[in-house]
Write a protein that binds this ligand. Structure first.
Ligand code: BES
Ligand code: ZN
Ligand code: ZN
Length: 493
């Protein structure tokens, strides 16, 4: 999908569809189009330009131009999420057969969000709402917007800033699409080796990025017993993936991004029931988002050293798999009693976090993980839980999410629940003693591996995958976290 910004009079732009956002005063707002050229205009008398109302009309002149008016009167466009939802919904009215879509945004939005942000948000919303994963379909023509051009018409006063915003949005959306494609790809394609190759490919293409893959022998030598334990039931070799971005003029700070990279989670010997396993190819969504960020990182050129870490393996049952009750030792020497092999994410993350602390002197660590079903119970499918040990960093992440249109909510890390993950025979146990608060106890487990280093954990188990179509994403991977991380990289001081 291509985006263009133009200042010409809309009547001079050749498009086959014009999308205009209007209020109750819509007749005046489109008077420049000469309303008498619409077919059947009479039947639109009930259209009051209100939220969720829209009309579609064709211009009579025979030029096959279709006009879509989308009402925004009394719409609640208070934040980025609402704005992008509204724009995304308006696209549901449009067929991909329209190859040149002219889009006119209301002046009120320019005022509220500023031209640069509006350009960014509109571009992201359009690209993400029209994304479709069609790789394995015979018929890929249906509603495939890939070859469409979207032309924004803006006043010359807004042109420069709006255009900058559109290219920023294009970058963030491309990074998100990268993550979506990886999550949507099935588990028989995306295995640890595939993820490692993605990292190597990114390092080849993206300026300033290098990648190193640690193989099983090296993983063992580093003492990553928890990660290796999870991987031992699988035929696929584990890969520990290290990505690094080095800016030309480094700030001296290092930001570490960790992504959970279980390419398929059967639960291991603590096997999941069939219906819970159906979507478990998505258990590498955290890794996909980290790779998505690195795929575009040169374009946002952060001033910090950025490290990406993915401990990738499958979680399979077999004669070699971890048994409930086994004890493994993480890289930092902590022993863990594995009472449930389905709580595997925290074991792999324990070693990735230990690696970061030992080898990278991080100023801050952010991990993204499809960690617990309990998180989905707590906040539902569209909101990510954010846990942190440092209020400045946590606030920064929450702010970056809200500026990016991604929904998050801060969760507690209470000292009193720490007893839940203490083992009687090892240092830690990988599931809590009691039944409740599973997302919190999982986060408390991770906290044991970061010491005092500022750290944020994002449990993306719900929002990383859309079970049903939502305005910004069809069923499938959403690329959640990519936009928040990109914003964080830009703002982090
Ligand atoms: N990958 C799952 C968590 C998950 C659930 C992700 C639903 C996406 C959607 C994780 O490894 C897991 O199985 N967690 C267990 C932990 C439990 C055994 C303590 C869970 O949530 O049931
Ligand atoms: Zn699991
Ligand atoms: Zn898992």
């Amino acid at each position: 999908m291509k985006f263009t910004v133009m200042t010409e009079d809309i009547r001079d732009i050749k498009g086959d569809l014009i999308l205009i956002f209007v209020t109750g005063d819509w007749k005046n707002q489109i008077s420049f189009l000469k309303t008498d050229i619409f077919e059947h205009i009479g039947k639109y008398e009930g259209f009051l330009g209100r939220d969720k109302q829209s009309i579609t009309a064709d211009i009579i002149s025979g030029s096959h131009v279709r006009i879509v008016l989308v009402g925004i009167e009394n719409s609640h466009c208070d934040n980025v999420f609402d704005l992008q939802t509204l724009i995304a919904r308006s696209l549901q009215k449009i067929s991909a057969k329209r190859k040149r879509i002219v889009c006119v945004l209301p002046e009120a939005w320019f005022k509220k969000f500023g031209p640069r942000n509006l350009g960014k948000y509109a571009c992201e919303a359009i690209k993400l709402a029209t994304y479709a994963y069609v790789k394995y379909k015979k018929d890929t023509k249906e509603n495939n917007f890939e070859n469409c051009e979207v032309i924004f018409t803006v006043s010359s006063q807004h042109e420069a800033e709006f255009t900058k915003g559109v290219s920023e949005g294009d970058i963030a959306a491309a990074a998100t699409v990268y993550a979506r494609n990886l999550v949507n790809e099935p588990g028989n394609v995306v295995n640890p080796t595939y993820l490692a190759n993605c990292a190597l490919e990114i390092a080849k293409k993206v300026k300033g990025v290098t990648a190193k893959i640690y193989e099983k022998g090296e993983i063992a030598k580093m003492g990553m017993g928890a990660f290796l334990g999870v991987s031992q039931g699988s035929e696929e070799p584990p890969k520990f993936i290290l990505l690094e971005y080095k800016p030309v003029k480094p700030s001296g700070k290092t930001l570490v991004l960790v992504g959970k990279g279980i390419t398929f989670d059967t639960g291991g010997l603590s096997l999941k029931p069939a219906n819970s396993m159906e979507t478990m190819k998505i258990d590498m969504a955290g890794a996909a988002s980290v790779l998505g960020v690195f795929s575009q990182i040169d374009k946002i050129a952060p001033k910090h050293h950025v490290v990406g870490l993915i401990a990738s393996c499958e979680n399979m049952p077999s004669g070699r798999a971890l048994r409930p009750g086994d004890i493994v030792t993480a890289m930092n020497g902590t022993t863990i009693e594995v009472l449930n092999t389905d709580a595997e994410g925290r074991l792999t993350l324990a070693d990735a976090l230990s690696y970061a602390i030992k080898n990278k002197k991080p100023s801050a660590i952010v991990d993204l993980a499809t960690l617990t079903g309990a998180m989905v119970v707590a906040l539902g499918e569209e909101i990510t839980g954010v846990f942190g040990n440092n209020s400045r960093l946590t606030n920064e992440v929450v702010k970056s999410a809200s500026e990016s249109g991604e929904l998050v909510w801060e969760m507690p890390l209470p000292e009193v629940y720490k007893k839940e993950v203490k083992s009687t025979i090892a240092d830690l146990r990988n599931i809590s003693v009691g039944r409740y608060g599973g997302a919190i106890t999982a986060a408390l487990f991770l906290q044991e591996f970061v010491g005092k280093v500022p750290w944020v954990h994002m449990d993306i188990a719900g929002p990383s995958y859309a079970e049903n179509n939502v305005p910004l994403s069809k069923v499938g991977g959403t690329g959640f976290g990519v936009r928040t991380l990109l914003t964080l990289l830009k703002h982090y001081q």
